[in-house]
Design a protein around this ligand. Structure first.
Ligand code: FES
Length: 564
């Protein structure tokens, strides 16, 4: 394959002319022929003023460029869509696949021998890996890194498990509105990603487990000089990838790598969202993720990382404890350490000197934070295609719960009624939200963390069983069943539930059951309103027609490896 700036020529019907013309425009930017004959390293620039988690990207690019040039390459940055959780309506997930398409096509369209992917905020790492896996250009990931913590009235706090706790306190009347500005001053005190085990931290650690970043890259806080040194080394590693012609991501993200990543997801108390993202990344390479295998990994893998929301620490302590290497050292007997990574070596070589100093964040397998892994997969007549619960962040006494349903028909209905003082709800009710899935919402927003109804919150209720076809933030906690598949909007049984139907959540038995007989369910199905029409145009129409359900990663069907 032709490399450097002679590769991927614009189609004028005369390749020599295309190469000659490209050189004219490159020289217009002041490059010499010597510079232009070096390995070309693309750098995906995900800086955006709308993405606070990526505020340090310009500094990281400078460090990556330095690494590329020290190693004899020539760096070329280029922009793609950037997504932040709080700045994307209706939800960043709605746009993840659009970002992945942009990444794939811009890597494929432009000349580069290897590419550095800069991700961080929740959807960016999945979108980058999905796109790069499909583009098949050697790629290496650098993440922006987590924030440091803040302090509110002497208490250590951070984004965004504590954000939710303070908001629940405010709704419950335990925090004054006048205190909110001081709280918001402290919850995100530095640039970087949320510093608990939310989706960003989970995807960073899972990416290191996959072998797509340099060792040690997942946990370094965003604002430390170590993060820039890591970025410089990543730039140099990209030049090695370019010179060696790989390995490309299909040789790194193998079935064994996905299995290891899922095990790490369980062990770190990771985000439910990561399961969807890993499924989508694997799907780009034709690797199916079996929910029964996910559940089996959860049963045999305890949570060993003591980070919020499952535990009590923050990413900074995990970094100081040795980061991913510390986790991998505990899990080593269960990992496939002979796998190739983007370093050109194996995972075993990357982990050759595991950290061994005293620390309190990563526990041994025989003294875990939680006996079972972070996630459990539920099935039953309410979720024939599966549903997921983050059992490590749920209340133990509610994991086997029977209660009457209180149904909300969608996000608007939820917003309209949840705080109604006359809402007929008790702490034993099971809150059901439907039409919040990949097609229904659309884009599967993080609405699964239904607020506790105001009148119960004020009475001191802090958790209830909640069920939806939505997702929830990895920073959230509670007895919350998510990703009910198939979703209500495509005819899943969630569409058939009526208020006061009895539901049984049985996490130990992995069941989610609606106590309504099949004949009555058939009657209800026959009486369902027809599905609303597809949006008339644009990306909304594409998403409506092509998005898959949660068990297939919510990727667009035509973007998966087999295009179906
Ligand atoms: Fe970006 Fe939490 S909002 S990582």
């Amino acid at each position: 394959m032709t490399t450097g700036f002679r590769g991927r020529l614009t189609a004028y019907g005369d390749d020599a002319f295309s190469a000659y013309l490209r050189r004219v425009f490159l020289k217009s930017m002041g490059y010499t022929d010597d510079a232009l004959d070096r390995p070309v390293i693309g750098i995906v620039d995900t800086f955006s003023a709308y993405n606070s988690c990526h505020a340090t990207v310009p500094d990281l690019i400078a460090a990556i460029e330095r690494g590329v040039m020290l190693a004899g390459g020539i760096p070329f940055r280029f922009p793609v869509i950037s997504l932040h959780e709080s700045f994307a309506a209706p939800t960043s997930m709605y746009l993840r696949n659009l970002m992945a398409m942009g990444v794939e096509e811009m890597i494929r369209a432009q000349p580069m021998d290897a590419v550095v992917l800069i991700g961080g905020c929740d959807k960016t790492v999945p979108a980058l890996l999905m796109g790069a896996a499909s583009a098949q250009v050697p790629a290496i990931l650098e993440v922006t890194g987590p924030m440091l913590t803040g302090a509110f009235r002497g208490e250590r706090v951070g984004a965004c498990t504590d954000c939710r706790r303070f908001w629940a306190d405010y709704r419950g009347g335990r925090l004054d509105a006048a205190d909110l500005p001081a709280v918001t001053d402290q919850l995100g005190p530095t640039p970087g990603t949320c510093m608990v085990m939310g989706t960003a931290s989970t995807m960073a650690l899972v990416s290191e487990a996959l072998g797509v970043m340099l060792p040690g890259g997942a946990a370094i806080p965003a604002v430390l000089s170590a993060r820039r040194r890591q970025a410089e080394r990543t730039g140099a590693a990209a030049v090695r990838l370019a010179r060696d012609g790989g390995p490309t991501l299909d040789r790194v993200i193998t079935p064994a790598a996905i299995d290891d990543a899922l095990r790490v997801l369980m062990a770190i108390g990771g985000s439910t969202n990561a399961l969807i993202h890993l499924t989508a990344i694997a799907g780009r390479l034709g690797i199916p993720v079996d929910l029964d295998r996910v559940d089996a990994l959860g049963r045999e893998t305890p949570v060993i990382v003591d980070l919020k929301p499952t535990g009590s620490h923050y990413m900074q302590e995990l970094y100081e404890a040795g980061g991913f290497a510390r986790i991998a050292a505990v899990l080593a007997p269960h990992l496939s350490l002979d796998r190739a990574t983007v370093t050109g070596g194996t995972l075993a070589e990357a982990l050759h000197a595991p950290p061994d100093w005293p620390q309190a964040v990563v526990r041994p397998l025989d003294r875990p934070v939680s006996d079972q892994g972070a996630l459990a997969v539920l099935r039953g007549n309410l979720a024939p295609g599966g549903a997921v619960i983050k059992q490590s962040a749920a209340a133990a006494e509610r994991l086997d719960h029977r209660g009457p349903a209180l149904v909300f028909d969608g996000l608007e209905d939820l917003a309209r009624r949840i705080d109604d003082p006359d809402l007929p709800v008790t702490p034993d009710h099971i809150l059901v939200l439907r039409n919040a899935g990949p097609v229904g919402a659309p884009g599967m927003p993080e609405a699964g963390y239904l607020p506790i109804p105001a009148k119960l919150a004020r009475a001191g209720v802090t958790d209830m069983v909640r069920i939806s076809d939505a997702r929830m933030s990895g920073t959230a906690y509670g007895t919350i069943v998510l990703h009910v598949t198939p979703e209500a909007a495509v005819g899943g049984p969630l569409a058939l539930v009526k208020t006061d139907d009895l539901i049984h959540l049985d996490v130990p038995g992995r069941r989610l059951t609606l106590a309504v007989d099949t004949a009555e369910l058939a009657r209800r199905r026959a009486a369902l309103d027809p599905a609303p029409p597809a949006p008339p145009r644009g990306y909304a129409r594409l998403l409506h027609q092509a998005i898959t359900q949660a068990d297939r990663g919510c990727d667009f069907d035509f973007l998966t490896a087999d295009g179906r």
